[in-house]
Design a protein around this ligand. Structure first.
Ligand code: ATP
Length: 892
C-alpha cells in the first residue's frame, strides 16, 4: 500500500481507500493480500553466517595453541604429528561449528515461537491469528497490554492510551482518538488517531484498520536500527571461559615442568618440546565451549517440550539457582476456568448450579446478573446447547450465568457509551450505558426512570467503600454499618470457601458524566456479589511438594481476597498459610520490616503491581533468587526486577512477555518447577563434564610427569596424547553433557549463583579420580615395561589403552542415575559416542596402518582384557562415590 497520510482521512475514507469494511476482509481477500504484501514481519538482519561461525572456531584460544604446536612440529620435521594435530584442529573446529550451528537453529526456532497472536475481525467473525498473518485492510482489535502489531488508523478508541516510547522516545502514554487531523506533516507523536507498530497499549481498548504491515510501517523504516541481536553470554559461560584460561596456564606450567624433567634426563630437546606441547594440549578441555553451547541450547529445547519458552538464554542457568517462586493464583495455580456458582444478594443466597435451576422472574436477581453481564467485555458464544465465552474467564463466567438465566443481548437495552476499564490497582471496572426502549429485552422497571446508568463490578471490599446505598428487594436502603458488616461477613464466608467473589453495583445518572474518573465510582448502590469457583490445577499440588523438597519456597502473590487466597494456598500445600499479608498491610511497613516479613509469609493478597515490586526487592535483599510471574502491563517492572521474570503465555499481555525471561506456554505453576529442574540438570551436566574431563586430564598429566621417576622416560608419544584427548574430551564429554534428570536433582538445596563451578566434593572428585586413573595407568605401564627391550612398545600401548578405558569407565560411572548406567533410552547419544570411542581405540591398536603411525603394538586378547578391566574398576569406583553422595543427601 502506498504510504499515505492516513491521519488526514476519516475512518470511512480509510476503509474505502483500503477496500475493506468494519466487518473485515474475506478469507480469499486476505490470501490475495498476503501474497501481495508478504508476511507482517520485520526483515531480520541475518544472524551469524555459517562461514563466520566456522572462522570463529579457528580463533578459539585452545585451537590457537594447537595450531602453534602444529607449526612447531612442522619445523621439527615431524610430518605425521603435524598432520595429526591439524586433523585434530579440523575435527574440533567442525565439532564446535556443528554444535554452534545447532544451537543457533534452536534459538531461531524459539524466537519464531515468540510471535504474538492478535485479534482481528474477518468475515464479521472475531478471531485470533498469528501477528505475521496480518494484511493491510484487516480490522484489528486492541486491548490493554497489546503490543500494536502493525500500523493502524483507529476506528474506535475507548480510553485508549498508548506508550509510544519505542518510536518517539516520549515516556508518557498518549491518549488516542479517531477524529481526522488537518495537518499533513505531523510528527508521529502527534498523529493521535493512529497506532503504530511496536507501541504498547497501556490502557483502554480500541479497533482500527491496518494501514501498513512489516517493513512498510514506521517501525519498519527504522527497523535496521533496532535489530542488533544481542548474543548474551551467560554468567556461567563467562566463568567457564575463565576456567578455560586458567587451565591453559596450568597446561603451560605442566609443559614447562615436563620439558625440564626431560632435559634433565637427557632426552633430545626437539622430542621433548613436542611432548611438552602435547601435554599442554592434554590439560586444556577443548570440548568445553562446544559442550556449554550445546548443553544450554538443548536444555532450552527440553524446557520448551515442558511448555517453558526461554526468551533470554542466561535464564536457563539462573533457573537452577531459584530459591523462591512467586506465583499469581488465578490461572497459574488454578485452572482459570471460572464458573459462577452463587449469587449473594442483600437477603438471599441463590445457588446458581442447582440442577433444578430455572430462570426465575425475580427482577431483583436478574438485575444483579444484568449488571454482571453488561459491565463486561467477554463475548457469549453458543456451541450446541453449551454456552462458552471469549475473553477474560472471570467475565466469561458472568455472561454465561446471565445467559443461563435467559439474559442475552443486553447491550441493546443498555448500549455502552463510556467506560472506565479494569485495572489491578483499583480492582474494579465501570461502564456507562444509555437506557434504551427495546422490544426484544425490556428495561427492568427499576431502571426505567433514568436516562443513563453506570454499572460497576469489582472486589467487594473495595466496592463497599464507594457505595452508600444497598438494594434490598424492590427498595433502596442506606448502607448502614449493619448492612456493611452483613455484606462483609457474607463476602468472607464465600472467600473462606476458596470462592472468587465479585461485587456488583450501579449508579443512576441524569446525564453523561463529563469527567468519568471524578464522577463515577462513588455513591453507588450495592446490589450483591457473585461467587465463582476456579479449581486448582491438578499438577500444582505435587509441584508445590517437589518445590519444597528442592529447598525452594513457593509464595502466592494475588490480587484476590486474602481468605480466598489462603484457602487455595492451604489446599495446595503451601507452607505457613496462616499469616497472609494484604497490600493494605504492606503499605505502612518500612523496607526493613517488610524484609523481615517476607522471610516467612507465603500468601500476599489484594496486592497491586507496585507491591509486587516491593516484595521482590525485599526478598532479593534477603539474598533470595526470585522467580516471579506476571501477566499485565503493570507487571512489567516486577518481571524485569525478578531474577527470572515469568510471563503467562495464554493470558499474558504482549508487554509482560516482552519484559520476561521466560514464557509459560500453558500458564501452569508446575511448568516453572519443571524448568527449575531442567535448569539444575543443565548445570549438573556441565559440572559432570568438567569433573570427567579434568579428572582424566589430571590422570594423563600425572602419568607423563611421574613416569620418569619409575624408570619409564616418556610414557606417551605426543600423537597418542592428542588422540586420547580428542576421544575423551571430544566424544565422551559431549555425550555426558546431555544426561537426563537424576533422582536427586530436586532433592538438593538450590545452588548459590556465585558458587564456584568446582568446589568441595566436585573438586575432591577430580583429584581422586585423576589420581586413580594416573596410578592405575602408571602401575600397568610399570608392570609391562621392560628396560632391556626398548623396541617392544607393548607397555606404552597398555598405558594408552588403559587411560582410554578408565576414562570410558569414569564416564559411565558419572552418568545420571535416573536410569541404569547402561540405559540407551535415557541418552542414546552417549551410548553411541562411547561405542565409537571404544571402536576407534581398537582400530588404532589393531589396524596396521594406524598402529604404525601411532607407534603401538597389537595387544594380545589377555592384555586387552586387563586394560579393559581397569575401565570396569574405575566405573565401580565412580558408582560407589555416587552412591555415597546420595546417601549423604538423604541423611541431610
Ligand atoms: P492473580 O493476581 O492471582 O492472577 P486475580 O486474577 O484475582 O489474581 P487481578 O486480576 O489483579 O488478580 O484481580 C484482582 C481483583 O480484581 C479480583 O479479585 C477481583 O475482585 C477484581 N477483578 C478481577 N477481574 C475483574 C474484572 N474483569 N472486572 C472487575 N473486577 C475484576
Amino acid at each position: 500500500m502506498e504510504t499515505q497520510n492516513w491521519h488526514n482521512l476519516t475512518p470511512e475514507e480509510t476503509l474505502k481507500e483500503l477496500a475493506t469494511s468494519p466487518a473485515g476482509l474475506s478469507e480469499a481477500e486476505v490470501e490475495a493480500r498476503l501474497e501481495k504484501y508478504g508476511p507482517n514481519e520485520l526483515q531480520e538482519k541475518k544472524g551469524k553466517s555459517p562461514l563466520k561461525m566456522l572462522w570463529e572456531q579457528f580463533t578459539e584460544t585452545m585451537v590457537l595453541i594447537l595450531l602453534v604446536a602444529a607449526i612447531i612440529s612442522g619445523f621439527l620435521g615431524k610430518e605425521v604429528e603435524t598432520i595429526a594435530i591439524l586433523a585434530i584442529v579440523v575435527l574440533f573446529a567442525v565439532l564446535g561449528f556443528v554444535q554452534e550451528f545447532r544451537a543457533e537453529k534452536a534459538m531461531a526456532a524459539l524466537k519464531r515461537m515468540a510471535v504474538p497472536t492478535v485479534r482481528v475481525r474477518r468475515e464479521n467473525q472475531v478471531q485470533d491469528i498469528s501477528a505475521t498473518k496480518l494484511v493491510p485492510g484487516d480490522i484489528l482489535l486492541l486491548e490493554t497490554g497489546n503490543i500494536v502489531p502493525a500500523d493502524i488508523r483507529l476506528l474506535e478508541a475507548a480510553n485508549l492510551r498508548l506508550m509510544e516510547a519505542a518510536l518517539t522516545g516520549e515516556a508518557e502514554a498518549v491518549e488516542k482518538s479517531t477524529e481526522p487531523l488537518d495537518k499533513a506533516d505531523l510528527p508521529i507523536g502527534d498523529r493521535v488517531n493512529m497506532a503504530y507498530f511496536g507501541t504498547n497499549v497501556t490502557y483502554g481498548r480500541g479497533t482500527g484498520i491496518v494501514t501498513g504491515t512489516g517493513m512498510n510501517t514506521e517501525l519498519g523504516k527504522i527497523a535496521t536500527l533496532l535489530q542488533e541481536v544481542k548474543n548474551l553470554e551467560t554468567p556461567l559461560q563467562k566463568r567457564l571461559d575463565k576456567l578455560g584460561e586458567m587451565l591453559a596456564l596450568l597446561g603451560v606450567a605442566a609443559a614447562a615442568l615436563m620439558l625440564i624433567i626431560g632435559v634433565v634426563l637427557g632426552e633430545p630437546l626437539d622430542e621433548m618440546f613436542l611432548t611438552a606441547v602435547s601435554l599442554a594440549v592434554a590439560v586444556v578441555p577443548e570440548g568445553l565451549p562446544a559442550v556449554v553451547t550445546i548443553t544450554l541450547a538443548i536444555g532450552s529445547q527440553r524446557m520448551l517440550k515442558r511448555h517453558a519458552l526461554i526468551r533470554k538464554l542466561p535464564a536457563v542457568e539462573t533457573l537452577g539457582s531459584v530459591t523462591v517462586i512467586c506465583s499469581d493464583k488465578t490461572g497459574t495455580l488454578t485452572e482459570n476456568k471460572m464458573t459462577a456458582v452463587v449469587l449473594q444478594l442483600a437477603e438471599q443466597r441463590i445457588e446458581l448450579r442447582e440442577p433444578d435451576f430455572s430462570p426465575s422472574s425475580d427482577k431483583y436477581y436478574k438485575m444483579a446478573l444484568s449488571i454482571a453481564a453488561t459491565c463486561n467485555d467477554a463475548t457469549l458464544q453458543k456451541q450446541g446447547d453449551e454456552y462458552t465465552a471469549l475473553g477474560d474467564p472471570t467475565e466469561g463466567a458472568l455472561v454465561i450465568a446471565a445467559a443461563q438465566a435467559g439474559l442475552q443481548n443486553l447491550e441493546e437495552t443498555f448500549p455502552r457509551v463510556d467506560e472506565y476499564p479494569f485495572d489491578s490497582d483499583r480492582k474494579r471496572m465501570t461502564t456507562v450505558h444509555r437506557v434504551q426502549e427495546n422490544a426484544a429485552s425490556p428495561i427492568p422497571p427499576s431502571f426505567s426512570d433514568t436516562d443513563f446508568l453506570a454499572f460497576t463490578k469489582g472486589s467487594v471490599d473495595g466496592l463497599l467503600k464507594i457505595c452508600n446505598q444497598i438494594r434490598v428487594q424492590e427498595e433502596t436502603e442506606p448502607l448502614t454499618p449493619e448492612w456493611l458488616q452483613r455484606m462483609q461477613e457474607a463476602n468472607n464466608l464465600l472467600a473462606r470457601e476458596g470462592v472468587r467473589v465479585l461485587g456488583l453495583a450501579y449508579k443512576m445518572l441524569p446525564e453523561l458524566p463529563r469527567n468519568p474518573e471524578a464522577e463515577l465510582e462513588q455513591e453507588l448502590t450495592f446490589v450483591g456479589m457473585v461467587g465463582m469457583i476456579d479449581p486448582p490445577r491438578a499438577a500444582v499440588k505435587p509441584a508445590v511438594a517437589e518445590c519444597r523438597e528442592a529447598g525452594i519456597r513457593p509464595v502466592m502473590i494475588t490480587g484476590d481476597h486474602p481468605l480466598t487466597a489462603t484457602a487455595i494456598a492451604a489446599d495446595l500445600g503451601f507452607p505457613d498459610t496462616g499469616d497472609a499479608l494484604t497490600g493494605e498491610m504492606l503499605l505502612p511497613l518500612s523496607d526493613e520490616e517488610l524484609q523481615e516479613k517476607v522471610k516467612h509469609v507465603s500468601v500476599f493478597a489484594r496486592v497491586s503491581p507496585e507491591d509486587k515490586l516491593r516484595i521482590i526487592t525485599a526478598l532479593q535483599n534477603n539474598g533470595e533468587i526470585v522467580s516471579m510471574t506476571g501477566d499485565g502491563v503493570n507487571d512489567a517492572p516486577a518481571l524485569k526486577k525478578a531474577n527470572i521474570g515469568v510471563a503467562m503465555g495464554i493470558t499474558g499481555t504482549d508487554v509482560a512477555k516482552e519484559a520476561s525471561d521466560m514464557v509459560l506456554l500453558d500458564d501452569n505453576f508446575a511448568t516453572i518447577v519443571a524448568s527449575v529442574e531442567e535448569g539444575r540438570v543443565i548445570y549438573d551436566n556441565l559440572v559432570r563434564f568438567i569433573r570427567f574431563s579434568l579428572g582424566g586430564n589430571l590422570g594423563k598429566v600425572l602419568v607423563m610427569l611421574l613416569a620418569p621417576f619409575i624408570g619409564i622416560h616418556i610414557a606417551l608419544q605426543p600423537l597418542q596424547l592428542l588422540w586420547l584427548n580428542l576421544l575423551t574430551d571430544g566424544l565422551m564429554g559431549l555425550g555426558l553433557g546431555v544426561e537426563p534428570v537424576e533422582a536427586t536433582t530436586m532433592q538438593k538445596p538450590p545452588r548459590h549463583p556465585e558458587q564456584p563451578i568446582l568446589y568441595g566434593k566436585d573438586l575432591t572428585y577430580v583429584l581422586w579420580f585423576g589420581l586413580l586413573i594416573g596410578m592405575i595407568s602408571l602401575g600397568i605401564g610399570y608392570l609391562y615395561f621392560d628396560p632391556e627391550n626398548h623396541s617392544d612398545t607393548t607397555w606404552q600401548t597398555m598405558i594408552f589403552a588403559t587411560i582410554a578405558f578408565t576414562q570410558v569407565g569414569n564416564a559411565f560411572g558419572l552418568r545420571a542415575e535416573g536410569y541404569s548406567s547402561f540405559s540407551y533410552k535415557s541418552n542414546p547419544l552417549f551410548i553411541w559416542l562411547s561405542l565409537v570411542t571404544v571402536g576407534l581405540q581398537l582400530l588404532v591398536i589393531y589396524l596396521p596402518v594406524l598402529r604404525n603411525i601411532f607407534g603401538l603394538t597389537a595387544l594380545s586378547p589377555q592384555d586387552l582384557a586387563i586394560a579393559f578391566s581397569m575401565g570396569i574398576v574405575t566405573f565401580l569406583a565412580a558408582r560407589l562415590e555416587k552412591w555415597r553422595r546420595k546417601k549423604q543427601l538423604v541423611k541431610h
